[in-house]
Write a protein of this length. Sequence first.
Length: 207
Amino acid sequence: MTLQFTVAIDGPAAAGKGTIARGLAERFGFAHLDTGLLYRAVARRTIDGTPAAIAAATLRLRDISRTDLRTPSVSEAASKVAANPEVRAALVAFQRDFATRDGGAVLDGRDIGTVIFPEAQVKLFVTASAEVRAHRRWLELTNAGHDVTEESVLADVMARDKRDSEREAAPLRPAEDAETFDTSDLSIEVALERANAIVAARLEQEK
Ligand code: DC
């Protein structure tokens, strides 16, 4: 029997979306797409000299599997190319196709529940205060060997939040029917348990 079941997870950087998305994918055997990687891969190609719209229209699997997509300079460039409507339009079909793949899919990003796949059976909006998110991102970057201060990471997080939420094309915002998880005071593990329960209940209804 085929299963078409989609979980859309949106929210700002370092709120815990990725951990929740990976956890759900593992628990339910769904495929997972971190859509931020698409924008990061486009940004990486613009840094190498390819115009953004062309980079998005000709994106290949090998561009998204690069290991240098998580640096602060690529994060900033990704947030900038993500405001370009031509870039966003070029990436819609791939994401929608992924969302409907057989066996279930989890996509995390900024506009999955609002623009890419509003039909998703489960929509989560994962957020946390800018300070908590900056602290998490600073720990990640420091552990990966980057020499950055927590203040500079907070400034970057706030600048990205502003750009991602104020842009005209698919701004970051919760879908009206999304379940919001604020992970400022909630551990990501507890948030994942709640998400597991929501998905399990919704899957039960599909039977
Ligand atoms: O989730 P991330 O930090 O890897 O995303 C990098 C940038 O890509 C982020 O600043 C905004 C953009 N993005 C987006 O506009 N829409 C998405 N669905 C995913 C990411």
